[in-house]
Design a protein around this ligand. Sequence first.
Ligand SMILES: [Zn+2]
Length: 160
Amino acid sequence: VNISKDCVVTFHYTITDADGEVLETSQGDDPTAYLHGAGNIMPALERELAGKQTGDSLAVTLAPADAYGERDETREQKVPVKHLRYKGKLRPGQVVALQTGHGQVPVTVKKVGLHSATVDTNHPLAGKVLQFELSVVDVREASPEERSHGHAHGPGGHHH
Ligand SMILES: [Zn+2]
C-alpha cells in the first residue's frame, strides 16, 4: 500500500539538529501512528511521506517555519513555580512542563526565584533547522471509526 489519504501510517522517527545531535527519537520505544491526510503531523512531513510504503526510509530537512516555528523573543513570562511539573531541583536551561488552561506545554526555564520562575514558552525546538529521519513500519487502510475521529487508533496511536 502506498501512503495516501485515509491510510494509517506507523513510523519511527529521529530528530537531529544541524550539528547532528539527536534531539528526540522513537527508536527503542513504540513507533508512532497517524492518519494520513488528517493534519495529525507536520504538513511538510506528510507531504514527504505521501507515496512511500512499508520499509521505506527517508530523511527530511525542515526549516523552522515548517517545523516548530520561529522563536519569538517576547514569549518569556513569570509563572508560579507550582504551575511547573519537574523532577528534582528546578534549574535554568531545564525543559519542564507548564500547566496551562489547555493542558501541559513544554517550556524552558530561564530564571528561578523563590515562588516564581521566568520561563521561555517557545517550543524547545522552535527556531531550529531540524533533520527528520523517518522509517515506515506499517501502512494500512484506516477503519471507518478512525476516519470519523480523524486520528489513528491501536498500537502507537492514541485514544481518548
Ligand atoms: Zn478516536
